[in-house]
Every structure is written in C-alpha cells, then in structure tokens.
Design a protein around this ligand. Structure first.
Ligand SMILES: [Fe+2]
Ligand SMILES: [Fe+2]
Length: 147
C-alpha cells in the first residue's frame, strides 16, 4: 500500500464519521462516541501525515507551498475542534458548529486527494511512496495502540 492509498483509507474513516455525526441529535451517546472518535482520528491522522508525508514534501520546491497550506489547515481544523468541544452536546449550536467543521474537513480531504496527491505523485519516487506509506501506517498503529 503506497502513501496515497494509506492516507485515502483514513480519509474515508473521517468522512464516514462526519456523515454519521450529522445525523445525531442532542446529547445522545452516539454523538458523544462518534465525536470522540472523530477527534482522535483528526489529530492522529494530521500528526502522522505531517511527520510521514508533509515533512518530505516541504523539502521539495514543487510541493513546498502546498505542504505549508495543508499544515496550516490542520491548525485551523484543530482550532475549530476546540471551539466545538466547548459547546454542550445538547445545545442547538452544536450541530451548527459541527457543520462548519464538516465543511472544513471535507474541503481539506478533497484538496489533498485532488491537488496535493497529484503533485506529490510527481515529486516522490515509487520507493518513497511505498516507504512513506509504511511509515505512516506504523505511526498510526502506534497512536491507536496508545489511545
Ligand atoms: Fe491533512
Ligand atoms: Fe489527510
């Protein structure tokens, strides 16, 4: 599995959680559980992605700007998660804020898959794509075991 396939696989996990959360209401367990999972997925994925993918892309002229942009978006998503976490699950504002987050995350994932991966495809060798994929998956496994 190369790095693009590995990242895409976890993007699907995020999309799935986002869809499920949009159908939840009030302070129900399902909302709490899925949101806890989403928060973990977002932060662990961003950390591993920065370490195993963007760090490499930062060192290549072709992809440096895109990499910086994506890492800045990770920070924006993180800030929005903080805001959402401060809102009571039972508040009507929760879903409103959640929809902002969903919009932001979906945009980020689409941009990575459609623009970043394409450029990275040119910047990385086949060997790097395989090695980074392996590193990323190891990193995620390490995080998942620890959490
Ligand atoms: Fe990302
Ligand atoms: Fe990603």
């Amino acid at each position: 599995m190369n790095v693009f396939e590995a990242l895409r696989q976890d993007h699907e996990v995020q999309r799935d959680l986002l869809d499920r959360l949009e159908d939840t209401q009030g302070a129900e367990e399902l909302r709490k559980q899925n949101y806890a999972m989403l928060k973990d997925e977002l932060s662990q994925h961003a950390a591993a992605e920065e370490k195993c993918f963007y760090a490499q892309l930062m060192s290549v002229d072709l992809t440096q700007e895109k990499a910086r942009h994506s890492v800045a978006e990770h920070k924006d998503m993180d800030d929005l998660v903080e805001e959402l976490s401060d809102i009571e699950y039972s508040s009507p504002q929760w879903l409103q804020k959640f929809k902002e987050l969903k919009h932001m995350v979906t945009h980020h994932l689409d941009e990575e898959e459609q623009e970043v991966f394409q450029m990275a495809g040119k910047a990385l060798t086949d060997k790097q794509k395989e090695d980074l994929g392996k590193q990323y998956r190891n990193e995620m496994e390490r995080h998942r075991k620890a959490s």
